[in-house]
Design a protein around this ligand. Structure first.
Ligand code: AHG
Ligand code: MN
Ligand code: MN
Length: 340
Protein backbone atom coordinates (compact mmCIF):
# COMPACT_ATOMS: atom_id res chain seq x y z
CA UNK A 1 0.00 0.00 0.00
CA UNK A 2 1.20 3.49 -0.86
CA UNK A 3 2.52 5.45 2.10
CA UNK A 4 0.98 8.89 2.49
CA UNK A 5 2.27 11.50 4.88
CA UNK A 6 -0.23 13.20 7.12
CA UNK A 7 -0.96 16.92 6.99
CA UNK A 8 0.54 17.25 10.49
CA UNK A 9 3.83 15.67 9.35
CA UNK A 10 3.84 17.72 6.15
CA UNK A 11 3.42 21.00 8.04
CA UNK A 12 6.33 20.18 10.37
CA UNK A 13 8.58 18.99 7.52
CA UNK A 14 7.93 22.17 5.57
CA UNK A 15 8.52 24.50 8.48
CA UNK A 16 12.28 24.17 7.95
CA UNK A 17 11.98 25.80 4.51
CA UNK A 18 11.13 29.10 6.21
CA UNK A 19 14.25 30.86 7.38
CA UNK A 20 14.11 31.76 11.07
CA UNK A 21 10.68 30.14 11.38
CA UNK A 22 9.22 30.35 14.86
CA UNK A 23 6.58 27.72 14.12
CA UNK A 24 3.80 30.32 14.20
CA UNK A 25 2.58 29.57 10.67
CA UNK A 26 2.65 25.84 11.44
CA UNK A 27 0.47 26.43 14.50
CA UNK A 28 -1.91 28.53 12.43
CA UNK A 29 -2.22 25.81 9.76
CA UNK A 30 -2.83 23.25 12.49
CA UNK A 31 -5.64 25.38 13.91
CA UNK A 32 -7.23 25.63 10.46
CA UNK A 33 -6.96 21.84 10.16
CA UNK A 34 -8.79 21.43 13.47
CA UNK A 35 -11.56 23.94 12.65
CA UNK A 36 -12.01 22.29 9.24
CA UNK A 37 -12.66 18.94 10.91
CA UNK A 38 -15.27 20.45 13.22
CA UNK A 39 -17.09 22.20 10.35
CA UNK A 40 -16.81 19.05 8.25
CA UNK A 41 -18.52 17.05 10.97
CA UNK A 42 -21.45 19.48 11.02
CA UNK A 43 -21.70 19.81 7.20
CA UNK A 44 -21.80 16.03 6.92
CA UNK A 45 -24.85 15.65 9.11
CA UNK A 46 -26.54 18.86 7.95
CA UNK A 47 -29.84 17.13 7.20
CA UNK A 48 -30.01 15.55 10.65
CA UNK A 49 -29.43 18.58 12.84
CA UNK A 50 -31.26 21.88 12.79
CA UNK A 51 -28.71 23.60 10.59
CA UNK A 52 -30.36 23.85 7.18
CA UNK A 53 -31.92 27.05 5.94
CA UNK A 54 -31.17 30.67 6.70
CA UNK A 55 -30.35 32.18 10.06
CA UNK A 56 -32.76 35.10 9.71
CA UNK A 57 -29.96 37.70 9.49
CA UNK A 58 -28.23 39.43 6.58
CA UNK A 59 -24.47 40.10 6.52
CA UNK A 60 -22.86 43.49 5.87
CA UNK A 61 -23.06 42.80 2.15
CA UNK A 62 -26.82 42.41 2.31
CA UNK A 63 -26.72 38.66 1.77
CA UNK A 64 -28.90 36.27 3.77
CA UNK A 65 -26.78 34.30 6.22
CA UNK A 66 -27.35 30.57 6.24
CA UNK A 67 -27.16 28.82 9.61
CA UNK A 68 -24.02 27.05 8.47
CA UNK A 69 -22.42 30.39 7.48
CA UNK A 70 -22.84 31.54 11.05
CA UNK A 71 -21.72 28.21 12.51
CA UNK A 72 -18.58 27.92 10.33
CA UNK A 73 -17.67 31.52 11.10
CA UNK A 74 -17.96 30.89 14.86
CA UNK A 75 -15.89 27.70 14.73
CA UNK A 76 -13.04 29.29 12.78
CA UNK A 77 -13.14 32.50 14.87
CA UNK A 78 -13.18 30.64 18.20
CA UNK A 79 -10.52 28.13 17.23
CA UNK A 80 -8.13 30.88 16.14
CA UNK A 81 -8.95 33.33 18.92
CA UNK A 82 -8.76 30.77 21.75
CA UNK A 83 -5.38 29.55 20.60
CA UNK A 84 -3.99 33.09 20.23
CA UNK A 85 -2.46 32.20 16.91
CA UNK A 86 -3.15 35.34 14.90
CA UNK A 87 -3.39 39.00 15.86
CA UNK A 88 -6.40 39.80 13.71
CA UNK A 89 -9.13 38.19 11.62
CA UNK A 90 -11.37 39.56 8.87
CA UNK A 91 -14.29 37.43 7.75
CA UNK A 92 -16.90 37.74 5.05
CA UNK A 93 -19.50 37.21 7.79
CA UNK A 94 -18.21 39.97 10.14
CA UNK A 95 -18.96 43.68 9.60
CA UNK A 96 -15.43 44.74 10.52
CA UNK A 97 -12.07 43.10 11.22
CA UNK A 98 -11.47 41.71 14.72
CA UNK A 99 -8.32 42.66 16.64
CA UNK A 100 -7.30 39.84 18.97
CA UNK A 101 -6.09 41.19 22.28
CA UNK A 102 -4.37 38.16 23.78
CA UNK A 103 -4.57 37.01 27.38
CA UNK A 104 -2.30 39.60 28.96
CA UNK A 105 -3.75 42.35 26.75
CA UNK A 106 -0.79 42.12 24.39
CA UNK A 107 -0.66 40.04 21.24
CA UNK A 108 2.77 39.25 19.83
CA UNK A 109 1.62 37.14 16.91
CA UNK A 110 2.67 38.35 13.49
CA UNK A 111 -0.01 36.91 11.21
CA UNK A 112 -3.48 38.05 10.26
CA UNK A 113 -6.09 35.83 8.64
CA UNK A 114 -8.89 36.60 6.20
CA UNK A 115 -11.57 34.07 5.40
CA UNK A 116 -14.78 33.09 3.71
CA UNK A 117 -15.91 30.59 6.36
CA UNK A 118 -18.52 28.95 4.17
CA UNK A 119 -18.33 29.40 0.44
CA UNK A 120 -21.24 28.39 -1.77
CA UNK A 121 -23.53 28.22 1.24
CA UNK A 122 -26.71 28.17 -0.84
CA UNK A 123 -25.64 24.63 -1.86
CA UNK A 124 -25.85 23.21 1.66
CA UNK A 125 -29.61 22.69 1.63
CA UNK A 126 -29.37 20.59 -1.53
CA UNK A 127 -26.40 18.45 -0.45
CA UNK A 128 -23.88 19.92 -2.88
CA UNK A 129 -20.22 20.69 -2.09
CA UNK A 130 -19.30 23.81 -0.14
CA UNK A 131 -15.97 25.14 1.10
CA UNK A 132 -13.94 27.40 3.36
CA UNK A 133 -11.34 29.81 1.94
CA UNK A 134 -8.48 31.37 3.91
CA UNK A 135 -5.66 33.81 3.31
CA UNK A 136 -2.73 34.70 5.59
CA UNK A 137 -0.54 37.82 5.67
CA UNK A 138 2.17 39.13 7.94
CA UNK A 139 0.97 42.24 9.73
CA UNK A 140 2.53 45.55 8.67
CA UNK A 141 1.90 47.44 11.93
CA UNK A 142 4.37 46.78 14.79
CA UNK A 143 3.95 43.56 16.79
CA UNK A 144 2.32 44.02 20.18
CA UNK A 145 0.10 46.91 18.96
CA UNK A 146 -3.57 46.40 18.00
CA UNK A 147 -3.95 45.62 14.29
CA UNK A 148 -5.44 48.28 12.00
CA UNK A 149 -7.33 48.15 8.72
CA UNK A 150 -4.07 48.67 6.82
CA UNK A 151 -2.90 45.24 7.95
CA UNK A 152 -5.85 43.75 6.06
CA UNK A 153 -5.76 45.96 2.96
CA UNK A 154 -2.54 44.51 1.57
CA UNK A 155 -2.15 43.41 -2.02
CA UNK A 156 -2.63 39.70 -2.67
CA UNK A 157 1.00 39.37 -3.73
CA UNK A 158 1.93 39.78 -0.06
CA UNK A 159 0.12 36.59 0.98
CA UNK A 160 2.17 34.19 3.06
CA UNK A 161 -0.26 31.28 2.75
CA UNK A 162 -3.69 30.61 1.26
CA UNK A 163 -5.94 27.66 0.78
CA UNK A 164 -9.35 26.13 0.98
CA UNK A 165 -11.23 23.25 2.44
CA UNK A 166 -13.68 21.54 0.13
CA UNK A 167 -16.44 19.60 1.88
CA UNK A 168 -17.22 17.36 -1.09
CA UNK A 169 -17.63 13.67 -1.76
CA UNK A 170 -14.49 13.60 0.31
CA UNK A 171 -13.19 16.47 2.40
CA UNK A 172 -9.90 18.03 1.35
CA UNK A 173 -7.56 20.80 2.44
CA UNK A 174 -5.63 22.36 -0.42
CA UNK A 175 -3.08 25.03 0.41
CA UNK A 176 0.08 26.86 -0.54
CA UNK A 177 2.77 28.66 1.39
CA UNK A 178 4.31 29.96 -1.84
CA UNK A 179 6.09 26.74 -2.68
CA UNK A 180 3.56 24.92 -4.87
CA UNK A 181 0.12 23.60 -4.01
CA UNK A 182 -0.63 20.40 -2.11
CA UNK A 183 -3.93 18.66 -1.40
CA UNK A 184 -4.79 16.50 1.62
CA UNK A 185 -7.80 14.19 1.89
CA UNK A 186 -9.55 13.50 5.18
CA UNK A 187 -9.90 9.91 6.28
CA UNK A 188 -13.11 10.42 8.27
CA UNK A 189 -12.77 7.14 10.17
CA UNK A 190 -9.71 8.39 12.02
CA UNK A 191 -9.99 12.15 11.51
CA UNK A 192 -6.63 12.51 9.76
CA UNK A 193 -5.77 14.38 6.56
CA UNK A 194 -3.32 12.58 4.25
CA UNK A 195 -1.29 14.03 1.38
CA UNK A 196 -3.24 12.70 -1.60
CA UNK A 197 -2.53 15.38 -4.24
CA UNK A 198 1.13 16.47 -4.10
CA UNK A 199 2.25 19.37 -6.34
CA UNK A 200 -1.11 20.16 -7.89
CA UNK A 201 -0.91 21.56 -11.36
CA UNK A 202 -3.42 23.53 -13.44
CA UNK A 203 -3.34 21.88 -16.89
CA UNK A 204 -2.00 24.44 -19.39
CA UNK A 205 -4.85 23.63 -21.74
CA UNK A 206 -8.37 23.35 -20.40
CA UNK A 207 -11.75 22.72 -21.96
CA UNK A 208 -14.19 23.43 -19.11
CA UNK A 209 -15.81 26.83 -18.73
CA UNK A 210 -17.65 27.79 -15.56
CA UNK A 211 -19.85 30.86 -15.58
CA UNK A 212 -23.41 31.69 -14.52
CA UNK A 213 -24.70 31.99 -18.06
CA UNK A 214 -28.15 33.14 -16.92
CA UNK A 215 -26.55 36.59 -16.56
CA UNK A 216 -25.37 36.55 -20.20
CA UNK A 217 -27.41 39.57 -21.23
CA UNK A 218 -25.72 41.65 -18.50
CA UNK A 219 -22.13 40.55 -19.27
CA UNK A 220 -19.43 42.82 -20.76
CA UNK A 221 -19.08 42.45 -24.53
CA UNK A 222 -15.64 40.81 -24.13
CA UNK A 223 -17.14 37.94 -22.11
CA UNK A 224 -20.05 37.57 -24.54
CA UNK A 225 -17.57 37.38 -27.42
CA UNK A 226 -15.46 34.79 -25.57
CA UNK A 227 -18.50 32.58 -24.96
CA UNK A 228 -19.48 32.92 -28.62
CA UNK A 229 -15.95 31.94 -29.59
CA UNK A 230 -16.20 28.78 -27.47
CA UNK A 231 -19.53 27.88 -29.08
CA UNK A 232 -18.00 28.37 -32.54
CA UNK A 233 -15.11 26.12 -31.56
CA UNK A 234 -17.60 23.43 -30.52
CA UNK A 235 -19.31 23.81 -33.89
CA UNK A 236 -15.94 23.10 -35.52
CA UNK A 237 -15.60 19.91 -33.50
CA UNK A 238 -13.43 21.11 -30.59
CA UNK A 239 -14.36 19.71 -27.21
CA UNK A 240 -15.55 22.21 -24.61
CA UNK A 241 -17.91 21.62 -21.78
CA UNK A 242 -19.77 23.88 -19.38
CA UNK A 243 -19.74 23.10 -15.64
CA UNK A 244 -21.00 25.45 -12.94
CA UNK A 245 -21.69 24.42 -9.36
CA UNK A 246 -22.18 27.88 -7.87
CA UNK A 247 -19.57 27.25 -5.20
CA UNK A 248 -16.29 28.91 -6.14
CA UNK A 249 -14.21 26.41 -4.14
CA UNK A 250 -15.75 23.41 -5.89
CA UNK A 251 -15.72 24.99 -9.35
CA UNK A 252 -12.09 26.03 -8.86
CA UNK A 253 -11.08 22.63 -7.49
CA UNK A 254 -12.50 20.78 -10.48
CA UNK A 255 -10.93 23.18 -12.96
CA UNK A 256 -7.51 22.99 -11.30
CA UNK A 257 -7.59 19.21 -11.62
CA UNK A 258 -9.15 18.91 -15.08
CA UNK A 259 -8.27 22.22 -16.74
CA UNK A 260 -10.70 25.03 -17.32
CA UNK A 261 -11.67 28.63 -16.69
CA UNK A 262 -13.93 30.17 -14.04
CA UNK A 263 -15.42 33.57 -14.78
CA UNK A 264 -17.53 35.80 -12.54
CA UNK A 265 -17.46 39.03 -14.53
CA UNK A 266 -18.76 42.49 -13.81
CA UNK A 267 -22.24 42.94 -15.23
CA UNK A 268 -24.83 45.64 -15.61
CA UNK A 269 -26.56 44.34 -12.45
CA UNK A 270 -23.27 43.74 -10.52
CA UNK A 271 -20.95 46.47 -11.88
CA UNK A 272 -18.04 45.36 -9.66
CA UNK A 273 -18.66 41.65 -9.99
CA UNK A 274 -19.80 39.54 -7.06
CA UNK A 275 -16.79 37.81 -5.56
CA UNK A 276 -14.80 39.39 -2.76
CA UNK A 277 -11.22 40.38 -3.46
CA UNK A 278 -9.88 39.66 0.03
CA UNK A 279 -11.80 36.55 1.07
CA UNK A 280 -12.24 34.76 -2.26
CA UNK A 281 -10.24 36.12 -5.20
CA UNK A 282 -6.80 36.75 -3.66
CA UNK A 283 -6.46 33.31 -2.02
CA UNK A 284 -7.70 31.55 -5.16
CA UNK A 285 -5.36 33.67 -7.30
CA UNK A 286 -2.38 32.71 -5.11
CA UNK A 287 -3.29 29.03 -5.43
CA UNK A 288 -3.82 29.38 -9.19
CA UNK A 289 -0.46 31.02 -9.77
CA UNK A 290 1.31 28.53 -7.51
CA UNK A 291 -0.09 25.72 -9.65
CA UNK A 292 0.73 27.32 -13.05
CA UNK A 293 -2.69 28.83 -13.64
CA UNK A 294 -3.66 32.50 -13.84
CA UNK A 295 -6.08 34.89 -12.16
CA UNK A 296 -7.11 38.36 -13.37
CA UNK A 297 -10.05 40.75 -13.22
CA UNK A 298 -10.27 40.44 -17.01
CA UNK A 299 -7.46 42.95 -17.52
CA UNK A 300 -4.96 42.93 -14.67
CA UNK A 301 -3.48 40.44 -12.25
CA UNK A 302 -5.75 39.97 -9.21
CA UNK A 303 -2.83 39.92 -6.76
CA UNK A 304 -1.61 43.36 -7.94
CA UNK A 305 -4.87 45.14 -7.06
CA UNK A 306 -4.53 47.48 -4.07
CA UNK A 307 -7.59 46.84 -1.89
CA UNK A 308 -9.46 49.87 -0.63
CA UNK A 309 -12.22 48.17 1.39
CA UNK A 310 -12.50 44.96 3.39
CA UNK A 311 -15.56 43.68 1.55
CA UNK A 312 -14.50 44.93 -1.89
CA UNK A 313 -15.80 43.01 -4.89
CA UNK A 314 -13.96 42.43 -8.17
CA UNK A 315 -14.60 40.64 -11.44
CA UNK A 316 -12.78 37.30 -11.37
CA UNK A 317 -11.25 35.26 -14.22
CA UNK A 318 -9.21 32.27 -13.15
CA UNK A 319 -7.92 29.15 -14.82
CA UNK A 320 -5.73 27.38 -17.34
CA UNK A 321 -3.28 29.57 -19.25
CA UNK A 322 -4.61 28.91 -22.76
CA UNK A 323 -8.20 29.78 -21.82
CA UNK A 324 -7.18 32.79 -19.74
CA UNK A 325 -5.09 34.16 -22.61
CA UNK A 326 -7.95 33.79 -25.06
CA UNK A 327 -10.46 35.41 -22.70
CA UNK A 328 -8.03 38.31 -22.10
CA UNK A 329 -7.76 38.84 -25.88
CA UNK A 330 -11.54 39.34 -26.15
CA UNK A 331 -11.66 41.53 -23.03
CA UNK A 332 -8.87 43.78 -24.30
CA UNK A 333 -10.98 44.71 -27.34
CA UNK A 334 -13.21 46.65 -24.95
CA UNK A 335 -10.64 47.81 -22.39
CA UNK A 336 -11.80 51.41 -22.86
CA UNK A 337 -15.36 50.76 -21.73
CA UNK A 338 -14.56 48.55 -18.74
CA UNK A 339 -17.56 48.62 -16.46
CA UNK A 340 -15.50 49.53 -13.42
P1 AHG B 1 -20.79 32.73 -0.61
O1 AHG B 1 -21.62 31.50 -0.38
O2 AHG B 1 -19.55 32.77 0.24
O3 AHG B 1 -21.58 34.01 -0.53
O4 AHG B 1 -20.17 32.66 -2.09
C1 AHG B 1 -20.98 32.38 -3.18
C2 AHG B 1 -20.23 32.79 -4.40
C3 AHG B 1 -19.33 31.74 -5.01
O5 AHG B 1 -18.96 30.67 -4.22
C4 AHG B 1 -20.10 31.26 -6.21
O6 AHG B 1 -19.23 30.86 -7.23
C5 AHG B 1 -20.95 32.42 -6.58
O7 AHG B 1 -21.18 33.13 -5.40
C6 AHG B 1 -22.24 32.00 -7.18
O8 AHG B 1 -22.93 33.12 -7.52
P2 AHG B 1 -24.23 33.03 -8.47
O9 AHG B 1 -25.26 32.30 -7.69
O10 AHG B 1 -24.57 34.47 -8.73
O11 AHG B 1 -23.81 32.32 -9.73
MN1 MN C 1 -17.91 32.72 -1.06
MN1 MN D 1 -19.40 32.65 2.36
Amino acid sequence: MKKYSTLGEFIINNQKHFKGSSGELSRLLNAIRLAAKVVNHQVNRAGLVDILGNAGEVNIQGEEQQKLDVYANEIFMHTLINREIVCGIASEEEDDFVAIKGNNGKNDNKYILLMDPLDGSSNVDVNVSVGTIFSVYERITPEGQPVTKDDFLQKGNKQVAAGYVVYGTSTMIVYTTGNGVNGFTLNPAIGTFYLSHPNMNFPKKGNIYSINEANYIHFPQGVKDYLKYIQKQVEKGHKYTSRYIGSLVSDYHRNMIKGGIYIYPQSTNNPKGKLRLLYECNPMAFLAEQSNGMATDGYQRIMDIKPTELHQRVPFFCGSKNMMTKAAEFMSNYAGDAMY
